[in-house]
Design a protein around this ligand. Sequence first.
Ligand code: 13P
Length: 340
Amino acid sequence: MNIDELKSVAQTIVAMQKGVLAADESSPTIKKRFESINVESSEENRRRYREILFTAEGIERHIGGVILFDETLRQSTREGIPFPKLLSNRGIVPGIKVDKGTKALALFPDDKITEGLDGLADRLVEYRDLGAQFAKWRAVINIDDRSLPSMYAIRANAHQLARYAAMCQEAGLLPVVEPEVLMDGAHDIERCEEVTAQVLEAVFAELNAHRVAFEGILLKPNMVIPGKKCARQASVQEVAEATLRCLKRYVPAAVPGIVFLSGGQSDVDATDHLNAMNAMGPQPWEVSFSYGRALQAPVLAAWAGDESNVATAQKALLKRCHFNGLARDGKYARSMECAT
Ligand code: 13P
């Protein structure tokens, strides 16, 4: 394990004004996204859609890494250039989602656990040979205002994230560690902060116990934000302050970067929250993004499966990349959205 190499991959991904495009939707998830625009989820449509994302001119200014799904890592452009190679040629680090999705945790039916550790060491070697330089594992934490998550679910998920991260470091892949406290539900921002704190504390204790070098990971957390059904929604400043307070207490400064997930926030909210945190900087780590929906929602809507919309779809992607790039410096403002 060469920690300096992993650290340097992390630093490339979260370089100035850069973040991550999460394009690693599993087959069931991309099917759902395509259904929303009436596009069939055929292998060719999935390939073509990802090709539209990865060939958009100028995204390399703000995208340092792209997370791919297993199928996508093996696909190529129309001209036959493998996607990992296309991305590397553009200075973008290719990454791979390695978890196999979530299930109900046995005997804890309302909690979730992620599958995919069996055989992972072998898959990591194959992914590395296919060109991936980093990996992602997503743990999902269900939350309500009283009893969820169970402490056991927090511990079990933290343990798995650490096992995964240790295997990645041993295989020479940078692990992106993603514990996601969901936004679903009616819980308030204080409850989200309490649970996020418990989760981060458990995750870093396990990473440490598993001898994972903090210098060679990226953390992909949720922001501290009220549940979507909470009657009291929070201001942008409140979200930024609560999120930073929580992360500063539990995330060691040795971690090179935080790359937030968007988790169902609108694209504009996700950019605005990131901007507010960077405007309060500098922080101990790079504060960046690893957005799926918040980068892709406008692209899917503009594309709608129609070849004549490709240029507009790519423009929509570039716009979100540009604004999130500005948010990396705290230089974004909502008013810019209508000006373009
Ligand atoms: P969202 O930004 O849509 O939450 O996706 C990020 C991701 O990679 C979830 O695992």
